[in-house]
Design a protein around this ligand. Structure first.
Ligand code: ZN
Length: 133
């Protein structure tokens, strides 16, 4: 089951530059910045209420995120829903013919299991599923 909208990921060229707007001007609070995807991505976690904003910056020119930025520029990169059962959610998607980027969930630095659904199957939106540890 989908539980809630967990976060929105915004692709940025440089997190420190983006914080000048999101933290200083807009007033959002920065919780922490972490290296994700084996050091390929830097992520600034900015919690707000029940949800979160993630600023995602590629650290490697060959990553999917870097290609996204090169092609489309900064902007909304993905939306993420929390699920209570990742395996059941992925099985349901596959059963309905959806194309997954991650057939098997990955685990981030906080121990959260996550997987991406291909935007081709989701009307152009990159959707991430989260199952919090
Ligand atoms: Zn995310």
């Amino acid at each position: 089951m989908l539980i809630r909208l967990d976060h929105i990921g915004i692709a940025v060229q440089n997190i420190q530059d983006a914080l000048v707007f999101f933290q200083d001007a807009l007033g959002m609070e920065l919780d922490h910045v972490a290296l994700e995807e084996g050091g390929k991505t830097s992520v600034a976690f900015m919690p707000m209420g029940d949800g979160e904003l993630e600023l995602v910056q590629p650290l490697e020119s060959e990553s999917g995120l870097a290609k996204f930025l090169a092609k489309r520029g900064e902007g909304i990169h993905h939306i993420c829903f929390e699920v209570d059962d990742m395996d059941a959610a992925l099985a349901r998607l596959v059963a309905h013919g959806a194309q997954l980027i991650d057939a098997k969930p990955r685990v981030n630095a906080s121990g959260t299991r996550y997987a991406f659904i291909h935007p081709k199957s989701a009307h152009g939106v990159l959707i991430e599923l989260y199952q919090r540890a």
